[in-house]
Design a protein around this ligand. Structure first.
Ligand SMILES: [Zn+2]
Length: 291
């Protein structure tokens, strides 16, 4: 692996704390977030160490709520050569916000992030991949606000998210615009599409499944993969939410202790880079095809 002709894949971190995940939203009120134990700072420092040791750069899609409270952390991420992008204000899903609420959400998040780190935000990832068939206005709003790309679509069916009809690889959703959407990686297996770019697929299943999926994308499809994970996924010491539904707890707490060693393998087995650079290459490729 790591040969020169293989595509450079997109490496991304969705920066949110353990209490902000979709799995716990029914049991942890947004109002209480400010009172809960902060783990994101410690976990991001660990991710920066890991990336630095491996010599890779990536993109940190950060909640505005987090950026506002951690300006020093944001400046450090940017100073180490990583891209800072937006994950929205407080993890509300796009299809729940509506067009106007969405415009306000991403403007507020962007201001908080840019104020914190002093670097312009060009990329966006929707909370829980919530740009789908219900949000035909979302890309237009992003382009209007000057975003260059989004990585917010999961082209699959899943119990929490998914837009089955969306393309598997980068596409221009707006006619006459360079704006590009880069969906999260899927693999095909036994006639089905699987979300293979992170989440439970990576953390819960043996590492070999992810290696197989990314090899399929890089090799058979000859396209870059997009991978994501969260700071809380490398943190076995995070506070436990005892009153959450069993299914949510299973999904959240499985294999936290082995995540870091899996990540090290993944980073070593493939080529990785920032999402903005991937977006620029994908936009150029789409133009070349259209010409
Ligand atoms: Zn998220």
């Amino acid at each position: 692996m790591n040969t020169r002709h293989e595509p450079v894949n997109g490496l991304s971190v969705d920066v949110e704390d353990w209490f902000q995940v979709g799995a716990f939203e029914t049991v942890i009120d947004r109002e209480s977030w400010g009172t809960l134990t902060d783990r994101v700072e410690r976990n991001c420092a660990e991710i920066l160490r890991l990336f630095s040791e491996a010599g890779v750069k990536g993109t940190f899609f950060t909640l505005g709520w987090i950026a506002e409270r951690h300006p020093e952390m944001m400046r450090r991420i940017a100073a180490e050569g990583h891209e800072i992008a937006s994950h929205g204000w407080d993890h509300e899903r796009v299809f729940r916000l509506g067009a106007e609420g969405f415009a306000q959400d991403i403007a507020r998040a962007r201001k908080a992030i840019e104020d914190a780190c002093g670097v312009a935000v060009k990329g966006y990832r929707a909370p829980s991949f919530s740009i789908d068939a219900r949000t035909p206005w979302a890309f237009e709003v992003l382009a209007e606000q000057g975003y260059a790309y989004s990585s917010s679509v999961a082209p699959i069916v899943h119990d929490h998210y998914g837009w089955r009809e969306a393309p598997r690889f980068a596409f221009h959703p707006l006619a006459g615009s360079d704006f590009v959407e880069i969906p999260v990686t899927t693999a095909h297996f036994a006639g089905r599409r699987l979300a293979a770019g992170g989440g439970g697929f990576f953390r819960v299943l043996p590492y070999g499944f992810s290696r197989w999926a990314i090899r399929q994308v890089n090799g058979e499809d000859r396209r870059p993969a997009v991978f994501y994970f969260h700071p809380w996924e490398i943190d076995p010491g995070q506070p436990r939410v005892a009153h959450a539904p069993l299914r949510s707890r299973l999904r959240h707490y499985t294999n936290l202790g082995v995540m870091e060693s899996k990540l090290v393998r993944l980073i070593g087995d493939f080529r990785w880079g920032r999402m903005d650079e991937l977006a620029a290459r994908e936009a150029a490729r789409a133009e070349a095809l259209a010409a």
